[in-house]
Design a protein around this ligand. Sequence first.
Ligand SMILES: [Zn+2]
Length: 278
Amino acid sequence: MLSFHSTKYSSIFFLALVTFISACSTKKYAVTEKIYKNKAKDFSEIISSTPPKGQLYDSLNAANQEWIGSVNFGIRKPNFVVIHHTAQNSLTQTVKTFFSTTAGTSAHYVISRDGKVVHMVNDYLRANHAGVSKWGKDTDLNSSSIGIELDNNGTTDVWPEAQINSLIKLLATLKKTYNIPVANFIGHADIAPKRKNDPRNFPWKKLADAGFGYWYDNILKNPPVDFNSEMALKYIGYDTSNLPAAITAFKIHFIQSDITPKLTPVDILVLYNVYTKY
Ligand SMILES: [Zn+2]
């Protein structure tokens, strides 16, 4: 049995150990932390410079314009959440990739298999997670969204409950903070048909049940005779310029067991049902 003093000393030792470990981890990322701060500082200078540099409103007549700063403004907020799988084997590997200037990629958040959430880019800044993408009329999802990478190899991995539960908690915070509509919780494959397939075999229904994104009902009604699948996909948000790719993207999200670029009669029932929610 431990005496009062030994409990006290072991607490002090534990605190010292925690301080030492956190100091080590701070040191481990000291270089990248400095780069982050310097880049953020550069952006803050761009935002606070008056008049804004390089922002001409009438390129034909530079003399006929004036800067008069308003006193009423805020900071732009993200309106979408794009979910990815990392296609890597560990959180450490992903974090390392997001430090690579050669890869040039990043996400706002990375969630490990055991549910740890790592925040890597301020929500108000633009992370490089979506790449060339389109959803509805939005052609710059990197500017309008929060990117969340889930540590998963994209092939054989399942989705651990701890990871999905952490994701749902994070989504709840983001939805509330930025007033993100239910429909705007989507996957990378949705916004980049043909180019991307993540997240694969993802529990979208569980997310939809929690209020993030849509899922189809148990009872599916027949669509009207003039129902146009291509128009429905487009209405939901899919880029249908390559229709087979858009169909595959839809099936990666909503069908999963078959992702061939052709709509079966059942797929059409699902599509019609999802479409009616938008
Ligand atoms: Zn992705």
